[in-house]
Design a protein around this ligand. Structure first.
Ligand code: PGA
Length: 258
């Protein structure tokens, strides 16, 4: 496996945090710190819908890209409270998180809706960050690989080999998200390698080698370098630690040096 075949991507997932002035303040702090990552590591902030326009303006002309945290699969219509892919691209959003475990757990997201959202995002020119991961119970029952393979197959159903190169996969073991319990670097590598092998079966080895696979779940300034040193861990999706400019930058620098 050759890491240079794909882009390293460090993405913050702000979740339901920050008002617009707070978002601008955090991005203004992040921008100069991560400027040296340009051309080497892609740096993304995925922010609440209400912050998107502020975030795109605050990062214009810099190497920080902006992502949303969800997208609806229909183009328009009677879907109260939802946001379409075209609404996001029109603002200048480039990425979107899809199928985060919090959406699956609290908002009824299923692999079927993750698949529909992924296809709608790709059709509109957005790059989806598709989240997969097993529950603690599933890991304890030794079915992690079955769970992950099923999610990958269903979430990417009918996504072409050309399109999947614009998809980022985030492996986020549910038991590690916001809990302080990070997967060990070896556990992260094992599942990320399994995801790549699954992609190789669905598509082909060259396609699988081109897909960026992130680890997420309590990644922080102190453990990022070890996680990112693994050959199939191409980046990180970072929740809590992305809300502090210095911590987020330490993770970006770990990827730059990795
Ligand atoms: P965490 O969240 O870094 O706070 O564990 C990760 C995520 O949910 O993407």
């Amino acid at each position: 496996m050759n890491k240079s075949l794909r882009k390293a991507i460090i993405a913050g997932n702000w979740k339901m945090n920050k008002t617009r002035p707070e978002a601008k303040e955090l991005l203004d702090a992040i921008k100069p710190l991560v400027a040296n990552a340009e051309g080497n590591v892609e740096v993304i902030a995925c922010v609440p819908y209400t912050n998107l326009e502020t975030a795109v303006a605050a990062t214009a002309g810099t190497n920080v890209k902006i992502g949303a945290e969800n997208v609806h699969f229909e183009k328009s219509g009677a879907f109260t409270g939802e946001i379409s892919a075209d609404m996001l691209t029109e603002i200048g959003v480039e990425y979107v998180v899809i199928g985060h475990s919090e959406r699956r757990q609290y908002f009824g997201e299923t692999d079927e809706t993750v698949n529909k959202r992924t296809k709608a995002a790709l059709a509109a020119g957005l790059k989806p960050i598709v989240c997969v991961g097993e529950l603690l119970w599933e890991r304890e029952c030794n079915i992690t690989e079955e769970v992950i393979a099923r999610q990958i197959k269903l979430d990417l159903y009918d996504v072409s080999a050309d399109d999947v190169k614009n998809v980022v996969i985030a492996y986020e073991p549910v038991w590690a998200i916001g809990t302080g319990k990070t997967a060990t670097a070896d556990q992260a590598e094992e599942v990320c390698a399994f995801i790549r092998a699954t992609l190789a079966k669905i598509y082909d080895v060259a396609t699988a080698d081109a897909v960026t696979i992130q680890y997420g779940g309590s990644m922080h300034a102190g453990n990022a370098a070890e996680l990112l040193s693994k050959s199939n861990v191409d980046g990180g999706l970072i929740g809590g630690a992305s809300l502090k400019a210095a911590d987020f930058n330490t993770i970006v620098q770990a990827a730059v040096n990795g």
